[in-house]
Design a protein around this ligand. Sequence first.
Ligand code: DQA
Length: 138
Amino acid sequence: MKIQIINGPNLNLLGVREKSIYGNTNFESYLEELRARYANITINYYQSNVEGEIINKLHEIGFEYDGIVINAGAYTHTSIAIADAIAAINTPVIEVHISNVYKREEFRHHSMLAASCKGVIAGFGMDSYRLAIENLIG
Ligand code: DQA
């Protein structure tokens, strides 16, 4: 089984950025834990700050992989183009957020992507990614 995690803009700064919201762990350390826990599945990771690169990655793997976990960062709230890419591919996509976006500013309450996704998980810190994987492998 092959799962792709895609992180969008500013998520390369996890562990450094706004720690009170996003925590102290960088994504690479968390990824090691995830890979150890799910040793029988392939978990690939891609991060980009560029909208078009995220779309290219969705096209590249979205007809081949068994599941995609995407945290599109702020593009979640703005990107019709990423929503269209998710709708265009066959692989199920789960939208995740580290923070509970509904407790935050109003502009974070709406997702352009959610309607094209299998489901949405928000507010469980880094564990949001694991919960999405649990669903994809279930
Ligand atoms: C985020 C929430 C978004 O609103 C924000 O722009 C991010 C991170 C989260 O994981 O909580 O960059 O997707």
